[in-house]
Design a binder for this molecule. Structure first.
Ligand code: SF4
Length: 292
C-alpha cells in the first residue's frame, strides 16, 4: 500500500532555514504578477481548495484533496515574515524563475489573499488580515498593499466586513471578480449556487466604502467570445455600480493563461482582448488594463 503523504508542519525555526525551500510552505508563496506589477506574496487561505464558484477556467485541481483544512495563524505569519525577509535580503532573486527578473524581487508590491479557493469562505478572515497587518508593520512595509482577491460572494459576511475595515487601515484593496453581465452568462462561466444579483450587490456595497479593482476574465466558450449583447450588459453593470456611488479604481481584463480542464473553454487572442478592453473603456469611462 502506498504511504499517505506526510504534511510537515512549519515552525519558525523551519521557515527561517532557507535550505527548507519555500515550496514546502503551506500558506505563503511568491509570484511575479503582471496585475500586481511586480512581486506579490500570496497567502493561500484555502489549502482545502474550498470555493463557492466552479469557474470553467479554474486551474485548481480538486481531484487531489487539499492537505490542510484550517489556517494556522501562527504558521501563516511565520511563513509570511520568512518570505518577506527572503525577498528583501536578495535570496528570492537567486531562485529559479525569479533570477530572470531579480530587479523585481526585492520590492513587495502586495500581500494577496488568494490561493486555491475563495478566501472569504473561512471563518476567521478578520484575524488573518490582522496577522498580515502586524507582519507588514513589523517588517516596515508601509507601501505594500494588502489585496483580497475574491469572487465577492462572501463580502457581506460580518467577519469579512470587519476584515475589510482592517484592510482599509493598512493600505488594503479589494479585487473583485466579475466575468458576466447577466445571470445566464455568469452561470455558464462561474457555475455557482450563489445568485448573480448577490454578487453585484456585494461588489456595489463594498465599492461604496472601499475603492475596488474589478477583475474580469474573458474567454471563448465553444469557440465563441462573449457576445456584443453580453458585453453591453457587463458594461451596464459596471455603470450601475458607479451610479450607486461605488468607486472602481480600475478594471483588469485578462484571458486564460493555460488550457483548462474544460476543453470547450479557450483563450482570446491579444487583439480580441484589447478590443473588449477598448469597448469597456468607451462605454464606462473607467481605467481598463488588459493582460493577454
Ligand atoms: S473563484 Fe477562483 S478558485 Fe473559485 S472556481 Fe473560480 S477560479 Fe477557481
Amino acid at each position: 500500500m502506498a504511504e499517505a503523504p506526510i504534511h510537515i508542519r512549519s515552525s519558525w525555526a523551519a521557515v527561517q532555514d532557507h535550505s527548507r525551500h519555500f515550496a514546502d510552505f503551506t500558506f505563503v508563496y511568491p509570484v511575479i504578477s503582471r496585475r500586481s506589477r511586480g512581486l506579490s506574496i500570496g497567502i493561500n487561505l484555502n489549502p482545502d481548495k474550498v470555493c463557492n464558484f466552479d469557474c470553467v477556467y479554474c486551474e485548481v485541481d480538486r481531484r487531489v484533496p487539499g492537505l490542510v483544512s484550517r489556517v494556522d495563524l501562527e504558521q501563516m505569519k511565520d511563513e509570511l515574515v520568512a518570505m518577506i525577509r527572503f525577498a528583501k535580503d536578495g535570496g528570492l532573486a537567486k531562485e529559479p524563475k525569479f533570477d530572470e527578473v531579480p530587479w523585481l524581487t526585492r520590492d513587495i508590491k502586495d500581500i494577496a489573499f488568494s490561493g486555491d479557493g475563495e478566501p472569504t469562505m473561512i471563518a476567521n478572515f478578520a484575524q488573518c488580515v490582522a496577522a498580515v497587518a502586524e507582519a507588514k508593520k513589523a517588517e516596515a512595509l508601509e507601501r505594500t498593499k494588502i489585496v483580497l482577491i475574491t469572487d465577492a460572494a462572501g463580502l457581506d459576511k460580518a467577519d469579512v466586513r470587519a476584515g475589510l475595515e482592517l484592510m482599509d487601515a493598512n493600505n488594503g484593496e479589494v479585487w473583485a471578480k466579475l466575468d458576466a453581465g447577466t445571470e445566464a452568462y455568469y452561470q455558464q462561466v462561474n457555475r455557482s449556487h450563489i445568485f448573480y444579483e448577490r454578487i453585484l450587490k456585494n461588489i456595489t456595497t463594498t465599492a461604496q466604502s472601499h475603492p475596488v479593482v474589478i477583475q474580469s476574465l474573458f474567454l471563448k466558450l465553444h469557440g465563441s467570445a462573449m457576445s456584443g449583447i453580453e458585453l453591453a450588459a457587463y458594461c451596464g453593470r459596471l455603470n450601475d455600480i458607479v451610479a450607486a456611488g461605488g468607486q472602481i479604481r480600475e478594471v483588469h481584463a485578462y484571458t486564460l493563461a493555460r488550457p483548462t480542464t474544460e476543453s470547450y473553454a479557450s483563450r482570446l487572442s491579444a487583439e480580441e482582448l484589447n478590443t473588449i478592453a477598448a469597448t469597456i473603456r468607451e462605454r464606462t469611462g473607467l481605467k481598463v488594463a488588459a493582460f493577454d
